[in-house]
Design a protein around this ligand. Structure first.
Ligand code: NAP
Length: 315
């Protein structure tokens, strides 16, 4: 029987179990995918801890993970455009961290040559979220854009997408990530007390747009710097959305295979780098979430549901 991540009560990483589940089948209009890699996202911690229970209650035994990449294993009646063996990436809410997922064709996109498994698994979650935020503030060539938590899974992609639009990008990070950000042509500035003043020095002509990927007062800083609410997006601060009327575009606003395919194409061609901080075997899912919960990282943390060596990442 295939394995899947499950939890049967709210709690810390210790409630996560690798369990055997019945073999899923494609069924009419659906596609069965044998998962190779599945990404980790901080929102999954809140769901598992029960923090979001009022909005997104768990249905125990609950699955985990959304964005994945793998091979098509079975194509249901009536599905066109996918064949057994195709490499695909996609989104399967609370189900992706498993050896098999079943998805509709509208939740899958092809994986282009040149794209690795871990990178592909990060596209429909962090990639789409970054895309939505950048589209919301629409940076123009020559403008200055600030990205908070720019070394994070979403931030490092949003910063690169803003650069692809011709903007100069300032990214906030801790000092250990300054070199990492410079490698992408992102100007690093330390987050924390005094951020507004440091940004004034880094951007003497002003900040045109602000992409907040962390919350914790970043939108207040953007407002203090005079950035128009119409040019601010946050994916982590609902209070600021109500207070200032800033955008809150995220994964839901880019939940489209055509957008994932565009991101995958950028990444396959090397125009967008999806940095993988670390991959973890499926059996180490608890450790992976312990590391994710530190909220210090350089890129994405991804589960290798099927083992793939780094040199085999692209097979
Ligand atoms: N609504 C949606 O559809 C959606 C989708 C995806 C994500 N999200 C949300 O977006 C947020 C970012 O997700 P993510 O995957 O990018 O998270 P992540 O990868 O865990 O981000 C970690 C980054 O946060 C930075 N950081 C830590 N403490 C900070 C602080 N006090 N101030 C500023 N930055 C700090 C870290 O910088 P250093 O390592 O340099 O210290 C690290 O690089 C999360 O809140 C997540 O829940 C929402």
């Amino acid at each position: 029987m295939p394995k899947a991540v499950r939890f049967t009560r709210y709690g810390g990483p210790e409630v996560l179990e690798i369990t055997e589940v019945p073999q899923p089948r494609a069924g009419p209009g659906r596609v069965l995918v044998e998962v190779v890699a599945a990404a980790l996202n901080p929102g999954e911690i809140g769901i598992r801890e029960g923090v979001f229970a009022a909005v997104w209650p768990a249905r125990f035994p609950e699955g985990q993970g959304n964005d994945f990449a793998g091979h098509v294993a079975e194509v249901g009646d009536g599905v066109e455009g996918f064949s057994v063996g195709d490499r695909v990436l996609g989104f399967a809410p609370r189900a992706a961290q498993a050896e098999f997922v079943v998805a509709g064709p509208g939740a899958l996109a092809p994986m282009p040559a040149g794209l690795g498994w871990a990178e592909a698994a990060s596209i429909a979650g962090a990639g789409a979220t970054a895309w939505a935020g950048v589209e919301a503030v629409a940076p123009r060539p020559g403008e200055t854009v600030v990205v908070s938590a720019a070394a994070g899974g979403v931030g490092v992609l949003a910063a690169q997408l803003a650069k692809l639009r011709g903007a100069t990008v300032i990214g906030t990070a801790s000092e250990g990530n300054f070199g990492f950000l410079r490698g992408f042509g992102i100007h690093p500035v330390a987050y924390g007390p005094g951020l507004a003043e440091r940004l004034r020095i880094a951007a003497p002509d002003g900040v045109d747009a602000f992409l907040d990927t962390f919350g914790n007062g970043n939108v207040d800083v953007a407002i203090e710097l005079g950035v128009s609410p119409a040019r601010i997006n946050t994916i982590a601060d609902g209070r600021a959305v109500h207070r200032y009327g800033v955008h809150s575009d995220a994964q839901e606003q880019a939940d489209e295979p055509a957008i994932w395919a565009q991101l995958a194409e950028y990444a396959g061609k090397g125009e967008l780098t999806i940095p993988i901080a670390r991959t973890y075997p499926l059996d180490d899912v608890r450790d992976a979430y312990r590391d994710l919960a530190t909220r210090h990282v350089s890129g994405k943390r991804v589960l290798a549901v099927k083992p793939f060596a780094s040199e085999g990442n692209r097979r």
